[in-house]
Design a protein around this ligand. Structure first.
Ligand code: DQA
Length: 147
């Protein structure tokens, strides 16, 4: 299976660093991408990275990885809670899917406890900050090694 892993962030995650730092921390998305790039290098993975505010753009980015990435690490942000379209796109993706949330969504407002896109994921991580993405990358590496 392809050793390419693509990380896709949904709406608002481009504002990491200034957006609700008490919830999401004060590090930026560029810092996240750098951490992931370095980790991917040490794991022998090729890394793709993208952030999309629009639902259609996120869906197109998911589907564009079909036959290209062996695994997607996706944080659909608010779409996680209601987008059947993003869920369907993840189901249509032909590799593994790991959904990541920076915050512990199950310990926040009621509406965040409904997780729609996670139903299409093989694994789910929430509440570990940026560390969640790095752990997801390690797990992706193991999944891809197992074939
Ligand atoms: C988030 C949690 C979502 O509820 C929220 O809409 C986000 C970020 C997280 O990473 O914790 O935008 O996905």
């Amino acid at each position: 299976m392809s050793r390419r892993v693509t990380v896709l962030n949904g709406p608002g995650l481009g504002q990491l660093g200034t957006r609700e730092p008490g919830v999401y921390g004060d590090r930026t998305q560029d810092e996240l991408a750098e951490l992931l790039l370095s980790k991917a290098g040490s794991l022998g993975l090729e890394l793709g990275f993208g952030q999309f505010d629009g639902e259609g753009d996120l869906i197109a980015a998911i589907l564009a990885e079909n036959g290209r990435s062996g695994c997607l690490i996706v944080n659909p942000a608010a779409y996680s809670h209601y987008s059947l379209a993003v869920m369907d796109a993840l189901r249509a993706f032909d590799g593994k899917v790991i959904e990541v949330h920076i915050s512990q969504v199950l310990a926040r407002e009621e509406f965040r406890k409904k997780l729609v896109t996670a139903e299409a994921a093989d694994a789910f991580i929430a509440g570990m900050g940026f560390e969640g993405y790095l752990l997801a990358l390690e797990y992706a590496s193991r999944l891809l090694a197992a074939g």
